[in-house]
Design a protein around this ligand. Structure first.
Ligand code: SF4
Length: 100
């Protein structure tokens, strides 16, 4: 992503939302391998970086709202955890609808 004359390299290069500029991984290209690694130790380290990120909820909601599942760590979760979270949210919505 280009901003003025400076090139900003993002871990999550498809995010253009303003909130991302406050993210702990913003403009840190050296973290990209960590956030998309298949090694659980790297994933744990990425999650640790997310743990005190000021835009963690925005990031997680962004990833959950994507039509396709997003790879890598977003908002302190991996792809499998987001899939489970989506399924729980869906089941809760269905349960609430059935109660009314
Ligand atoms: S929550 Fe994690 S992945 Fe999302 S912006 Fe913050 S550090 Fe990056």
């Amino acid at each position: 992503m280009r901003m003025g004359t400076r090139t900003v390299i993002q871990v999550h290069s498809n995010v253009t939302s303003e909130w991302y500029k406050d993210g702990n991984c913003y403009n840190k290209p050296n973290l990209t391998d960590l956030f998309f690694s298949l090694d659980w130790r790297d994933e744990d380290e990425a999650k640790r970086i997310c743990s005190d990120c000021p835009v963690r909820m925005e990031c997680l909601n962004y990833a959950l709202a994507l039509n396709q599942s997003a790879a890598g760590v977003w908002g302190g979760t991996n792809e499998r955890e987001r899939k489970n979270l989506k399924q729980r949210r869906y089941r809760e919505i269905v349960r609430q609808r059935n109660e009314t």
